[in-house]
Design a protein around this ligand. Structure first.
Ligand SMILES: O=C(CO)[C@H](O)[C@H](O)COP(=O)(O)O
Length: 235
């Protein structure tokens, strides 16, 4: 599992703090990545101790981990709503004076399409992160999941928005990353993103784009694990 950036101890603190917010009877969105994995394991331990919840995984990875640790699973079609979603992020705007305070870039694990579906369906969406994810302005490449047939035309449209798209290569497989839903991923560098909301609208308007990794106005809070505690930002 990818663990780049930030200490695993900080990730564990953030994940376990979020898991502690899960209440009996909850339907919980289970995000993807190394930080959320700590939350899923903690939820699994709570289920062992009698907590009754159902989880909705956002990826093959989170589904497998949930099954391994005994978290009962369901899906969006089978529930009336999602009480809480817990998910990681690649960058989080942590400038209280910025209009985009709390905006995220996600998709480092190429799971952002299902993550956005589940995270936005939740009554409450909590981001779990370590301090390496915090930034004044978003500036990492934005993952854009595209229909396979559309990757070159979408890449042209990204260039027209002054972005530099790179088709994400797979590791230990020839060719590109193929997402859990059979899409390809363009990692799109835009430099510093001053208005993520506007960029998000433009990206969503490109035919062939399945979903992009800008999450603007979606998170309710971020739990930031540090080496000696957890800081909470509320939006
Ligand atoms: O968006 C994601 C997957 O698509 C992850 O949540 C994001 O990449 C953070 O992962 P990690 O907690 O391993 O740093």
């Amino acid at each position: 599992m990818k663990t780049a950036g930030g200490s695993d101890e900080a990730k564990r603190r953030a994940g376990e703090r979020a898991a502690a917010a899960v209440e009996d009877g909850f339907v919980v969105g289970l995000g993807t990545g190394s930080t959320t994995a700590h939350a899923i394991r903690a939820i699994g331990r709570a289920v062992d101790d009698g907590l009754e919840i159902r989880g909705i995984p956002t990826s093959f990875q989170s589904r497998q981990l949930a099954l391994e640790v005994g978290v009962p699973l369901t899906d969006l079609d089978a529930v009336d709503g999602v009480d809480l979603a817990i998910d990681g992020a690649d960058q989080v705007v942590d400038d209280r004076d910025a209009a985009a305070f709390g905006a995220l870039i996600k998709g480092g694990g190429a799971a952002h399409a299902r993550e956005k579906l589940v995270d936005t369906a939740a009554d409450r969406f909590v981001v779990v992160a370590d301090p390496s994810k915090l930034t004044d302005r978003l500036e990492r490449s934005v993952p854009v999941a595209v229909l396979p047939d559309a990757h070159s035309v979408v890449a042209d449209r990204i260039r027209a928005l002054d972005g530099e798209p790179t088709l994400r290569d797979a590791e230990r497989k020839d060719g590109p990353v193929v997402t859990d839903n059979g899409n390809l991923v363009l990692d799109c560098a835009f430099g510093r993103i001053d208005d993520p909301d506007e960029l998000a609208t433009r990206l969503s308007g490109i035919p062939g784009v399945v979903e992009h990794g800008l999450f603007v106005g979606v998170a309710d809070a971020t739990y930031i694990g540090t080496d000696d505690g957890v800081e909470v930002r509320r939006y």
